[in-house]
Write a protein that binds this ligand. Sequence first.
Ligand code: 5GP
Ligand code: ZN
Length: 114
Amino acid sequence: MADCLFCKIAAGEIPSNKLYEDDTLLAFYDIDPQAPVHFLIIPKQHIQSAAALTEDDAALLGHVFAVAAKLCRDLGVEEKGYRIVSNVGEDGGQSVKHLHFHVLAGRSLAWPPG
Ligand code: 5GP
Ligand code: ZN
């Protein structure tokens, strides 16, 4: 989608610090990390947010979570734990309107979030 930051990152038009890539997904480190480990997983396909997901996206979502688990294992944070979060809309704190999953680890994360 034109003028979408994460579509441009997915297409390689804007550089990112990549952790993982395949035909459908990209994982890259967040430019403004909120924890010692903070990366984003995005579908390459433009989806506005989790609010736009349908039953047809079941396989894509399963893949997102399987990749998140694998990367957390590879990064050595599986045992201590981590958080996966997707912000939706204004009150959810979504600043980039392309579906993404934050994966945060490496410190004890507060609950409830601010
Ligand atoms: P949101 O606020 O929409 O849930 O999350 C968007 C995230 O994208 C933020 O954590 C922000 O730091 C990150 N971000 C924004 N622009 C860029 C960029 O150009 N490169 C990378 N790697 N992360 C970005
Ligand atoms: Zn996009």
